[in-house]
Design a protein. Sequence first.
Length: 395
Amino acid sequence: MLTRAGAEFFNASGNPVQRKKETASVSAAMIDKGNHRHFMAKEIYEQPDAIANTLGAYISALRGVIELPKLAVDPAKISRLTIVACGTAYYAGCVAKYWFEQLARLPVEVDIASEFRYRGAAMLPGGLALFVSQSGETADTLAALRYCRSQGQTIAAVVNVAESTIARESDVIFPTHAGPEIGVASTKAFTCQLTALAALAIGFARARGGIDAAEEKRLTRALTELPRMINLALARDNMIRDLAHDLSKARDVIYLGRGSNYPIAMEGALKLKEISYIHAEGYAAGELKHGPIALIDEDVPVIVIAPSDALFEKTASNMQEVVARGGRVILFSDSEGIEKMGGYAKSSVTMPKVDPFLSPIMYAIPIQLLAYHTAVFKGTDVDQPRNLAKSVTVE
């Protein structure tokens, strides 16, 4: 009960109870638009600082290595990692699957929380269940957590609210320090989730012998460079806004990516759907020929996410298939990729070159900007899209 005199707390029986006082770090400036037209734009531009703050919780500045909170289980003895989340957080988990399996050689299962709970998943002894949620109050994710607890799993959570229910019911929390996120479509919370998961993957890889000390330091150094590189990516804003003008006239859009950028393609499609109401789908580029290529014509823009990594040539081949069928390609790649394939695209945006390990975080930035500007051109409510809520607290 809130009054001018203060707050009183009661239990389910109506009896007064005492609660520990906690001081929130939220300031008025954090929940103000500042000089931006929308909260979403402000939060996109806050990502370098938010990621830097998140990295501060995981990187030892003196030693230049990852330092993780103490786990209730030895990472080297974990039999399987189960990642459960909803919406954008689910796509963060999908990226993390690539990282944990490739670096730490740890078997990973990623599930949508609303499906996971009801399929009666068999949980192996010695497993770790990791739950990803911005608010820490998502009903489906919380129900899945309690199922995993009943199956004897160690419970961990990547959350942005340390006082949330999911955080309180976990054995260990891995915080993201994104600060308050007002826009319904997640931006800085998503990239901070990816940042925390990348740090976890490196820490687990070291503990399980998947990487040596030199590789750990190299990857950690690449992580520390991320805020600066994202600032460079944000400098492409005007160019991306120009592309969004034409995109806003489309009825359907396809996003393509490979490897750890396949979930980023799905996230890009989700962002466009959420705030511009344009139908969009994200596909693994190699799946294009197994059905989706039938949709390709001159009226369907195709967004290709293709950093120049080990899979670039494969993605380039898929892109050529789109162009051969009259598709309008918008290519996001680095200078090396643009030099090789930019001539095939109707439009291209040159992104900063980063370690392939971190490309999913880097390429989240242009797809956020593209969705944002497309929605602005369409005149939709960017911060409060129809039918959506920031935190889904019902099943």
